[in-house]
Ligand binder design. Sequence first.
Ligand code: GDP
Length: 521
Amino acid sequence: MSDTRPRRTFAVISHPDAGKSTLTEALALHARAINEAGAVHGKGDRKATVSDWMAMEKARGISITSAALQFEYRDHVVNLVDTPGHSDFSEDTYRVLSAVDSAVMLVDAGKGLEPQTLKLFRVCALRGIPVITVINKWDRPGLSALELMDKIEQQIKIRPTPLTWPVGEAGDFRGVLDRRTGEFIKYTRTAGGATRAPERRMDADAVEENDRQVWAAAVEEHELLELDDADHDQERFLTGETTPVMFASALQNFGVAQLLDLLLELAPAPGSTEGVDGSSREPGGEFSAFVFKVQSGMNSSHRDRLAYARIVSGEFERGMVVTHAGSGRPFATKFAQTVFGRETTSVEHAYPGDIIGLVNANALRVGDTIYTGKAIEYPPVPSFAPEHFMAASAGDIGRYKQFRKGIEQLDQEGVVQVLRSDLRGDQSPVLAAVGPLQFEVVEDRMLHEFNSPIRFSRLDYQVARITDAAGAAALAGKRGIEVLQRSDGTHMALFVDQWRAQVTARDNPEIMLEALPAGGA
Ligand code: GDP
């Protein structure tokens, strides 16, 4: 029994507070994946979220874990992959981006482009992920629409091609001009925005008296955009030269239906994917998938390790035995789930673009490929440049065994990068993070999940470069430099500062010193 409905797999990304959780909830509500607004996130006095499962997340009001939400919309299956909002977990966000076919970038109309907005746009460009931009919070006073377009073009070097244009300035959101049909889509506010916001489409000559003035202003700007060649072009969108733009208020449910329609219309469906050897798999081929996230501690009573995999090709059937590309060993998928936060449902079948959570996946690591039939291995999920370093040791020597196990587990999940050297010995690994909050996650989980308090001492390094065995030997003992090895075998040279890294590279051109992509705040 094959499900042939087309798929769209995307992530919503933004600088924190731009409205990602609110939009996620509005999308799910609109598509009726869950029945009640407030079910997705639990800030303020709203219901507890289904996506935050750690006590810490609740305390901070941020979402640390990533999970996927699946819903149906107009005969399509939509997979919305959740990303953490806090920049300290940007590494996690980047991994998620390896599992999606497109991204929706939320921009706060009042704040414009923020640091994380710029960084995420860059990562999307780097990975060839087409981006749809949503200017959110148009119900509140903010920048002018033309000014925002200008900022996107100047600062991100991507051409914005608005599909809708706001009628009424920020703070006076009457509706939007549909730039492709010339119609006015008028919004009506509902109490609290908790239900679908009513929209009325009308021709220009049906625009009511009290909207006429703002409508005329919108038409004028729309014509300016036309002259400026800022119209949507599907080819250029897919190659990342342009980003379609729309205006919305996630809180009022304005523009949410349009966004869903755009996703179906413009966002790419799962396509063929290339393996490391240059061969590729079509979605219609035999089963293959890759792991983009590993997580444990979902349930404190049984600490199952869960590996999230994105299906690249073929049909997944629960119980099928697949091959793990790294080890060549068989992996039985007896337990597979779709997971959104605490809610888990056993999944029987899944298709390219879908995200599955594999339970008891102790052999699987981030980046691993699983497949049936002819061997295939997808490229590894890139890691990002750590900028914070801690020497770690067991806070309670009597619990060294637990300490070791915990560190190993967190390493495999990619919570932090774990570095070791003969000099420091096995008992005191160095933990490397993109953002300092990652250490708090380690501390918390080591204590509560692995029963081993951890002791940190901050190291004075700021920069990491990848080197090889020869480089490691050449750099050993140099002042202000320490070379350690990641568990995947990669040699990492740590430098006290940027200057030291640059001078070392300049004076020793024969030494391999490769920078990792920047991920930090
Ligand atoms: P996230 O950090 O990106 O997930 O942002 P949230 O969804 O938690 O939103 C941050 C704040 O902005 C919350 O107080 C939301 O109620 C508010 N917010 C989100 N979208 C809108 C919007 O369209 N209009 C207004 N006025 N507020 C919004």
